[in-house]
Design a protein around this ligand. Structure first.
Ligand code: 1GP
Length: 234
């Protein structure tokens, strides 16, 4: 039994800022796991594993390699139900609530149940909101949904609150991996003010300055993939 969500909310209540590195199994070499993890900044608190499209079994071998080299909690951030492995500690049970594609609102979730119902993975219901990051993201392409423009702050806030009212335990504001424009401070603070569940922000964050600004605006956890993958986090 893991207590990932409990630990996460306690950290948030005590004002701790969390940092997750996102590992895409398709771009990850298991034999480099130890070096990759050793080179991460000390303030990394969680490892997310997932991608928009991942080869069968690659998530499993990736999680096992990570687990062999770190005690940080490993949380699945799956692009679809094929990316579920028992080897992780928890799963973000995502609903793409910014989109209107039933496949990513409920169908993938239904397909995942046969694997999840007897699993020990901690399941964390998460409202996933795709926001325009200035370029077409893999999430947009794969889910075939439209991101919400950054100017539509009220829609984003209402979407986040609708997620909370539906029982989501986390809200995740996603600008898309490799976004040109990360989620604005205005959006982060407006959503943070409205909701009372932890707020995750990711997409296009590649510097300490952006990280600090996202935290100051109200992000409880920031997720960084590309900059750590390329080793060019500034
Ligand atoms: C996590 O998709 C993001 O929310 C990761 O984005 O790869 O741009 O850091 P980057």
């Amino acid at each position: 039994m893991s207590f990932i969500y409990k630990d996460l909310t306690e950290a948030v209540h005590s004002g701790e800022k969390l940092l997750s590195v996102l590992i895409d199994p398709d771009k990850f070499e298991e034999r480099s796991a130890e070096t990759f993890l050793l080179n991460l900044p000390e303030n990394v608190t969680h490892i997310f594993v997932g991608g928009s499209t991942v080869k069968i079994y690659k998530t499993e071998t990736t999680v096992q390699a990570i687990k062999a080299s770190t005690n940080l909690p490993v949380i699945l951030f799956p692009g679809d139900h094929s990316q579920i492995t028992e080897s992780a500690d928890a799963i973000l049970f995502l609903s793409l609530i910014s989109g209107r594609n039933p496949e990513f609102l409920i169908e993938q979730q239904v397909k995942s149940v046969s694997q999840l119902r007897n699993s020990k993975l901690e399941i964390i219901p998460t409202g996933y909101i795709l926001i325009d990051g200035g370029n077409k993201s893999a999430v947009q392409r794969v889910s075939n949904t439209k991101p919400i423009p950054q100017t539509e702050v009220e829609t984003i806030v209402n979407t986040a609150l609708a997620g909370q009212f539906s029982g989501k335990k986390l809200i995740y504001l996603e600008a898309g991996s490799g976004a040109q424009i990360s989620v604005s401070e205005e959006i982060i603070s407006a959503v943070k003010e409205a909701i009372n569940i932890p707020l995750i922000v990711g997409g296009g964050i590649h510097s300490k300055q952006q990280l600090r600004r996202s935290y100051e605006a109200g992000a409880d956890m920031v997720v960084i993939g590309t900059a750590f993958e390329n080793g060019d986090f500034l």
